[in-house]
Design a protein around this ligand. Structure first.
Ligand code: ATP
Length: 503
């Protein structure tokens, strides 16, 4: 294995060692790989007595995992630990987030234990909480120090593949090695080796034919996670009427993403992403779906509302998991829908804005550091709720403002929706339709088309005419009227911000 895996592991274990020696009572290790946490704890726990509690076995011997007594839950285990002579002990609590969730007695006992360890200078003992999620009850926040065990980076993944292929006496071609390395990003060493085994068992080789296996595994991971949705891609860039600037921009990025390593070698920066803001119903979500189709990448949707939780660290933990997951599935488009929700009206009362600030900080850092493999496409209606730092150039590659469609765009939108519904009409006066739909959104126009077709079907089944469509337009209240106040408020805000127009 490469030197730099060792370096990262050594750096982490040194930091942990310092914390142990400085009497930090509770160290929270976040990892999807329990065995890695175990080997770290074992590595510098030499000469110490190590006891473990886990959900399946109760109190067990750390090395053998054999139960040391009859099964007990976490709160009883903590009572046992507190009554023991703990000097020179490590106590390891597995599945920490599950065990502490809605379990006030365990939280209280862990807090009492942490207090005892802090104030008793004669006892050197540390409690390790190990979990794949961060969930810190507020009562424990000031006692806990978080450590995140890193997933393998690209160099490390390469080394794992080469190492694993070596076990089967196989050489992986350079081209396949690069493709597999990219595909394996975001997975743990254990998962990578497991997939390499499966790939080898299928055809006795490790090559790019195994990519399908990796992607289906990643799709499973997304489905199981419950925090991201994998959205099917049906919309093409040509199903967007108007928004020509935005479409041209996306087409350019598609060319970069199609050969990212080549583009980067040429000196092109890896695309970070785009924010699309503006009026409801004017094609922001449609653009997200069309972009993923254009880029030929999976589309993952992150619903900000579903990230927000009641425990300290829960919202950030969920955000962290979601972003990690997006990296695991990368290359992909990560569509963050209604981004403004992360920063306004956060449930949970007093600490709402604090949570918002932390979520925001985490998101910005991630945006800054992420590789080009996750293309972020954020959409928002209420731009005034977004922190100005986010709107500053450099965070996203570009910010586009989607306004109500102008006449030519309305013509295109009518045509798209009529054709989508098998109405290839030659004698429609699109200019007249456009003239009569000032203030209509794309969604309003789509609704008019749907309604006209349905009326025709239920009525005389005659071919659609301009007059028939005009009748439905006449009877429709467009969004600009229905949401007059809100629309005026948005218009005023957008005017002040001078954001690039998508049209
Ligand atoms: P919201 O902010 O309410 O989510 P949005 O801007 O994301 O709105 P979309 O969901 O993209 O709006 O639009 C709703 C539907 O209206 C789309 O699925 C599409 O059928 C139609 N539509 C909107 N704008 C356009 C457009 N420019 N071209 C073609 N169809 C459009």
């Amino acid at each position: 294995m490469m030197v730099n895996i060792m370096n990262r592991a050594i750096a982490l274990s040194e930091t942990l060692r310092t914390h142990v020696e400085s009497h930090y009572p509770l160290l929270y290790l976040v990892t999807f790989e329990e065995n890695k946490a175990d080997s770290l704890i074992r590595e510098f726990g030499v000469g110490r007595k190590i006891l473990e509690w886990n959900m399946a076995g109760g109190i067990v011997d750390f090395a053998s995992k054999h139960p040391l007594s009859s099964y007990c839950d976490l709160s009883s285990a903590l009572e046992t630990f507190s009554s023991m002579e703990l000097d020179n002990h490590f106590l390891v609590i597995k599945d920490a987030h599950l065990a502490l969730l809605d379990n006030p007695l365990s939280v209280a006992r862990l807090k009492a234990l942490a207090n005892k360890l802090i104030h008793d200078d004669t006892t050197l003992a540390t409690v390790f909480l190990v979990s794949n999620q961060v969930l810190v009850p507020p009562e424990l926040e000031k006692f806990i120090t978080l450590f995140e065990l890193p997933l393998p980076n690209e160099q490390e993944i390469r080394a794992i593949i080469v190492d694993h292929a070596g076990l089967y006496d196989i050489t992986v071609s350079d081209h396949d090695l690069s493709a597999l390395t990219l595909a394996f990003r975001g997975l743990s060493e254990h998962e990578i080796r497991h997939l390499l085994n499966r790939g080898y068992q299928q055809d006795g080789n490790i090559d790019k034919d195994d990519l399908a296996l990796v992607y289906s595994e990643k799709e499973q991971i997304v489905k199981k996670s419950g925090i991201l949705d994998m959205i099917p891609r049906h919309e093409s860039i040509d199903s967007i009427g108007g928004l020509e600037q935005l479409k041209a921009w996306l087409r350019q990025k598609a060319k970069v993403l199609a050969d990212l390593p080549g583009a980067q070698a040429f000196g092109v920066d890896a695309p970070k992403g785009v924010m699309i803001v503006g009026m409801p119903g004017c094609g922001k979500s449609l653009a997200a779906k069309a972009a993923a189709t254009l880029f030929e990448l999976p589309l993952l949707r992150l619903d900000i509302g579903s990230l927000l939780g009641k425990y300290v660290g829960e919202s950030e933990g969920n955000m962290r998991r979601a972003l990690k997951l997006a990296e695991a599935v990368s290359p992909c488009v990560l569509w963050i829908d209604e981004l403004e929700k992360a920063f306004v009206g956060i449930a949970g009362g007093n600490n709402g804005s604090e949570v918002a600030i932390r979520l925001f900080g985490h998101f910005l850092t991630w945006m800054q550091e992420k590789s080009g493999a996750v293309f972020v496409l954020a959409t928002a209606n209420d731009i005034s709720a977004l922190p100005p730092e986010l709107l500053r150039k450099g965070r996203f590659d570009e910010i586009f403002y989607v306004d109500f469609p102008v006449p030519d765009e309305r013509k295109a939108i009518f045509r798209i929706h009529l054709e989508k519904r098998n109405q290839r009409l030659t004698d429609i006066d699109y200019a007249q339709l456009a003239a009569k739909t000032d203030g209509f959104t794309g969604a309003d126009i789509e609704a008019v088309v749907k309604e006209t077709i349905e009326q025709a079907f239920v009525g005389d089944k005659a071919a659609l005419t301009t007059e028939r469509i005009l009748c439905v337009i006449e009877a429709t209240d467009p969004l600009k009227i229905v949401m007059k106040d809100k629309v005026q408020e948005y218009e005023a805000k957008f005017k002040n911000l001078h954001i690039k127009k998508a049209s």
